[in-house]
Design a protein around this ligand. Sequence first.
Ligand SMILES: Nc1ncnc2c1ncn2[C@@H]1O[C@H](COP(=O)(O)OP(=O)(O)O)[C@@H](O)[C@H]1O
Ligand SMILES: [Mg+2]
Length: 307
Amino acid sequence: MHKSLEKNLPFLIEEFSSSGTPIDNRWRSILQRFFSDCTLTPTSIPISKCLINDRHNVLEVPSILLKHGYILNSSNTRFNNDDIDLANSLLKLTKQFITIEEAFEKGATEERQRIARDLHDDVAARMLTLIHSVKDEQTIALSRSILKSLRNSIYTLDNKSTASILDAITDVRSEIQVRLNSIGMQLIWHQSENLQGLSFTPRQHINLNRMLHEITTNIIRHANAQFMEIIINLDDQQISVEVSDNGQGFDLQNCIPGKGLNNIKTRAQELNGSASWFNLNDPKTGENRGSCVRINFLISDNTESPK
Ligand SMILES: Nc1ncnc2c1ncn2[C@@H]1O[C@H](COP(=O)(O)OP(=O)(O)O)[C@@H](O)[C@H]1O
Ligand SMILES: [Mg+2]
C-alpha cells in the first residue's frame, strides 16, 4: 500500500532541506507522502516503535521527538511487514538526518563565533588604530563609518543578542535625517505607539537598516523628490515599514531591477517577509505623485531584556 523509497527520493531530499520547518512537521509530511491513502492522527502518548494492530488496519509509528506518536489508519487495505520495514527505514533515515543537521548547526555556530572574534579582535582593533593615526577629517569620517558597518556585521554573527526596536529605529532615523539634510530634502516620520519593550533579532535589525539605507539611496539618486516619508506600524506581531517619496516614480513593469531592489527583496524574504513597490497617483487626476515601497515581516514575541 505504501509508495517506494526510490520514487520519492526527490521528495525526501526536499523535506530534509526545508530546515526552517520543525522536524516533527517534516516527519509528518513524510509519513503522509509515503502512506498517502491512510489517515494520520497524532497520539497524546508516546509510541516507542512501529507496530501493526491485530486487524492490520492500524500502523503505529513514533514521532521524532518522542513526545507523542502517530497512528496511520487504513480503511481499504491491510498493513503488512513491508509497511513496518518502510516506516522503520524512514524513521532511521530521518533521525540520521537530524543528527547531521544538528552537527552542521553546531559547526556553523562555532565558526560564526570564531569569525566574530577575529573580526572584533583583529580587524576592528586595526580600524581603531587607523582612525587615531589619520588627521584628515574626511578619512576619519569614512573610517568611522566602515568601523560601524563592521561592528554591525560582528553583531549579526551572534544570533542571540537582540536590539530594542525603539533604539534601532531611532538610530536609523537619525542616519537618514543626516543624509537627507545634506542635500536639503525633508524627512517625514511616523511610528506607532506600540513598539515599546519589543526587540529585533540581529538579522531583523541589520536587514531593516540595510533595506532602508538602499531605499534612501535610490530616492536620493533616482526620484528627484522634495521629501521622503516613513511610516512604521506594528499590528499583531507584523511590522510594516512604508517608505514613499514625491518624486517622478518609475515604471515598475519595465524597470530593470539592479542589485539594490533585488537585495531589498532578498533581505525581506530572509526575514520570512516581503517587499513590494508601487507608484503613487493623484486620485483625481491620475497623475504620478512618486513611488512607495512596503516592507512587512513578523517579529517574534521577545520582550526586551532589562538593561
Ligand atoms: N524611489 C525611486 N524613484 C524613482 N526610480 C527609482 C526609485 N527606486 C528605484 N528606482 C528605479 O529602479 C531602478 C533599479 O534600482 P536598483 O535596483 O537599486 O539599482 P540602481 O540603484 O543601481 O540603479 C533604478 O535604476 C531606478 O530607475
Ligand atoms: Mg540602488
